[in-house]
Design a protein around this ligand. Structure first.
Ligand code: URA
Length: 304
């Protein structure tokens, strides 16, 4: 339950950052929320349940989640202008990537934005990948492990990639941000749980690091996962609702870029309908990447 509420809270923060101010909430969700509030007791640490990304005929559906519990005020960091990244001109992809990783994780602005004991996160995957996925920012698990998409949303992303008939190791996965955007401590001085979307200033600061990864990998296609990634790649303020840009090809410095929902959207709304929307976008990616598509794959999530 705690993991579900966390996913909803994070998604609502993202929607709010993307300009959404109203959302329809079903009676059932309101009832669930009331139950949670009524039961208000210290949350027990619960392992996150991975959500399946396979057709409903193969997987039991999960109950729809409830509504958010808190609205922490975003931190307002002040950052210097975005850095200029001078990648080494010589060397193979791996040595240039190693240089970049060392540069990013030791960058004084990056390290100054980390919580004590946490690490910066660069992308991961195949440096010869033809498809690069771009997410938002590291979360709680990622800032510990130093790898993107290893938490609940990451487990789901891995399943989405596998549904495309490829392995996680075949693609490259990066983020707009290299550190987890910090939330101010609670009034009691305790660290807040949850995530907030990065500010435009934070995204602008980290974008040169993502550009450098794209320059090294040179993927044929980019996939922007969710509103923050899309704003980062297409330009802050280039759209007000993800629906305006999702499911269509865009251009990022000459690389065709598909925009789709963030996997956390499915953690919040685990219906065949929402899975199908993402899946249709991924079918377009598979087509353009020249990946084989079986009839079975074409029909995923067409049921109720
Ligand atoms: N983990 C990441 O690395 N990025 C996201 O966008 C979400 C979770």
């Amino acid at each position: 339950m705690r993991a579900s509420l966390q996913a909803i809270t994070d998604e609502l923060r993202r929607l709010k950052a993307g300009g959404v101010s109203n959302l329809p909430v079903s009676e059932e969700s309101l009832r669930r929320l009331r139950d949670v509030v009524a039961a208000r007791r210290p949350a027990a640490a619960a392992p996150a349940e991975p959500t399946p990304f396979v057709p409903a005929s193969d997987a039991p559906s999960r109950p729809s989640p409830a509504a958010p519990t808190s609205k922490p005020k975003p931190a307002e960091p002040t950052l210097p202008p975005p850095p200029v990244v001078n990648l080494p001109a010589d060397g193979d992809k791996q040595s240039r990537w190693d240089w970049l990783k060392n540069h990013v994780v030791n960058h004084p602005v990056v390290t100054a934005n980390l919580r004590a004991g946490k690490v910066a996160v660069l992308g991961v995957g195949n440096l010869d990948a033809s498809v690069m996925f771009v997410g938002e920012a590291p979360g709680a698990e990622e800032e510990v492990q130093g790898e993107p998409f290893v938490g609940p949303a990451g487990q789901l992303l891995t399943k989405m990639i596998q549904a495309m008939g490829v392995k996680r190791d075949d693609v490259y996965i990066g983020n707009i941000m290299n550190w987890r955007p910090q939330l101010p401590d609670t009034p009691e001085g305790a660290p807040q749980v949850g995530n907030r979307p990065p500010t435009a200033e934070e995204m602008a600061f980290c974008l040169p690091f993502l550009r450098a990864q794209i320059e090294i990998v040179r993927p044929s296609l980019l996939v922007a996962l969710g509103s923050t990634a899309a704003q980062g790649l297409l330009g802050a303020g280039s759209f007000t609702a993800l629906g305006q840009v999702r499911g269509r090809w865009h251009d990022f410095n000459g690389t065709p870029t598909m925009v789709t929902y963030h996997p956390s959207y499915i953690l919040r709304n685990n219906s065949n309908r929402s899975k199908r929307m993402i899946w249709e976008d991924l079918l377009k990616v598979m087509e353009r990447a020249g990946l084989p598509i079986s009839e079975k794959q074409r029909g995923y999530f067409l049921g109720k």
